[in-house]
Design a protein around this ligand. Sequence first.
Ligand code: NAD
Length: 511
Amino acid sequence: MAGVIEELHYWPRVVALPTNTSQDCVNIRSPYGEELYSLNVSTEGDVTTAVQAARVAQRTWATRSLRERAKVILAFHDLVLANKSELLDLIQWETGKPRRDANEELLDVTLNARYYARHLGALKDRRHSGAFPLLISAIERHVPLGVVGIIAPWNYPLTLAVSDALPALLAGNGVVLKPDPLTSVTALYVIDLLYQAGLPRELFGVVIGDGAQLGTPLINQVDFLMFTGSTKVGRIVAAQCGERLIGSALELGGKNAMIIRADADIEKAAEIATRACFGNTGQLCISIERLYVHDSIEQEFLNAFIRRTRAMTYQGSVGWGGSYGPLISPVHAARVMAFITDAREKGATVHAGGELSGDATIAPTILTGVAENMNVCREETFGPVVSVSSYSSDAQAIELANDSEYGLNASVISRDKKRALSIAKQLKAGTVNINEGYATAWSTLGSPMGGFGASGLGRRHGLAGIVQYTESQTIATQNALGFGPPFGLSDEKWGNLLTTSLGLMKRIGWR
Ligand code: NAD
């Protein structure tokens, strides 16, 4: 370990990796240009050690009451806020994102901690009456799965390292996380806060390294996989989970559309669109990559949107200020530039941005004239690039927005909330925001979030986001009689009695 992170004294508080027998290292360079650190990478053996340790620790953890588990998570909530400056610094060093985007991660983690620690009702045993009241009584239980594997990408290194883990832990599970190697220290730091809050260390293991190498041994040993990343890798890990018959939740890519109706306040719409398209420098699964604007306001909107986009400021160091930063790496920047170059060469017009500066900086880019033969038309760029097109009717806007294999997030901007709601209900997307881009639905933790189609399977947030980390178990007790004929009745008479009783129950309104 050397460099900036050591100077900031982060490392000594970070937990040691499970065994780290390997001498291989990953060298991490900040998108700002500094050499940050080199980390030992984990081996397949480390994955086994971490899963086994979590499995042993989970048995004790599962015996602790919901209230005790919640106490740890609420203490963690306070530690996150108490350490907010260090966390924000780390996120910025590792990702190069503006501090306001880093701050969204902090908000997300604390919201998740409070929401799930205070919404554990779904995990409590629930009574059910059996087919015949009094004769049968039943309880539904939610049993922890065991050890949950989490594989996370680099774009939200704090949120995606821990927010999905919180409900898994509260449900009584152990966790083994494999963050993206580029952003591992943020993950290690925040998980150390969980230990400080009272979480047993062995219960939450972290392995560092390449996904293709560590993913398979992890999936082969855990009881559930929470994967966030690209659709391409999502298909690979889903097949592996299917082979083992373990559950998985897959939060994948998007090509998200925003519809701006003719009645929209144009300046407001341009302000919302600027944040929705270029938040986190476009490296956000739920950010908007396709804007559909009613043709009666297209030019006026475009003028306002271009003006606001060109006024965005670059932030190339840790601290507040600036509305976009460098992309995560030169490799990713080259990938995003290839979309822009391809579109430009095939006739698209670039109204803002569109150039690479330095190693990895692309200013927020607006394209018009995007056509079907351009890669940017349907593929996720995962960068600060948006295409603007026009439409002439609500029906056409809905058709255009839905014309994608993805279905993660969408947005409708309109003064007519009733009409906007009607459009929202016709969009094929897991979340739809009215008069915002993504934050409104994302921050509504009580309601599930996830994707239709190629954007994924399963949901995070809401009760679905915690129940998925359990097996449902039904324990039913036969209190009297039985399912066989009593008192020497023939099968026929007993069968008739049962069906007559069912008819009677319906007539008296029994549920
Ligand atoms: P990625 O799929 O390349 O990598 C994600 C994670 O998977 C990393 O930890 C990586 O090491 C690991 N991985 C890679 N190959 C693997 C394999 N064969 N087996 C197991 N694990 C493997 O994605 P990325 O480029 O890092 O992230 C960007 C993608 O993530 C975008 O498509 C974005 O839309 C998506 N994303 C989705 C959400 C969501 O909530 N839907 C959130 C953030 C990012």
